[in-house]
Design a protein around this ligand. Sequence first.
Ligand SMILES: O=P(O)(O)OC[C@H]1O[C@H](OP(=O)(O)OP(=O)(O)O)[C@H](O)[C@@H]1O
Ligand SMILES: Nc1nc2[nH]cnc2c(=O)[nH]1
Ligand SMILES: [Mg+2]
Length: 169
Amino acid sequence: MENPEQNKAFPVSWDQFHRDARALAWRLSGQGEWQAIVCITRGGLVPAAIVARELGIRMIETVCIASYHDYENQGSLHVIKPIDPKVVGLEGGDGNGVLVIDDLVDTGKTARVVREMLPKAHFATVYAKPMGRPLVDTFVTEVSQDTWIYFPWDMGWQFQPPLNKNTAG
Ligand SMILES: O=P(O)(O)OC[C@H]1O[C@H](OP(=O)(O)OP(=O)(O)O)[C@H](O)[C@@H]1O
Ligand SMILES: Nc1nc2[nH]cnc2c(=O)[nH]1
Ligand SMILES: [Mg+2]
């Protein structure tokens, strides 16, 4: 692990991610009627698909942002594609009626930039770390700031040596 400040690992399986994204949809249902989802790529694509399916939302827009160019090391934030003005302008503008979805909020840097684009939108993530938590309206699970979350789309199967290596073979 390259960043010593994030020395704990929180690996998430597909099954667990699906469950947690559904839990997010449960928390969101009843909080509002959203006309559109804006998902923050790429991490927001998978939870946005699950939440859109659960809440029956079919207008899906993206805002394309990259900040972690090198896994755990955050670089400068780069907006690759802004939000369609038609979506920003729904229900009188400023993101009214818009649900923003991302997989997680960490330092809050990404969320802060998107909030500036859509100040009145509802911001939802599956996971939240303490620094970013104040920027999120709804989330499912909080993990500590020194934890790195490993998503299923970033992982593969690998042999795990037994805890007591003397018992092997
Ligand atoms: O709160 P922050 O410190 O800004 O970090 C959170 C952001 O970092 C990750 O995205 P990343 O920029 O790595 O791109 P990706 O979604 O394409 O993986 C994650 O998906 C969030 O969008
Ligand atoms: N996969 C992953 N991406 C991140 N981007 C910012 N924090 C994290 C994290 O904990 N896990
Ligand atoms: Mg992201």
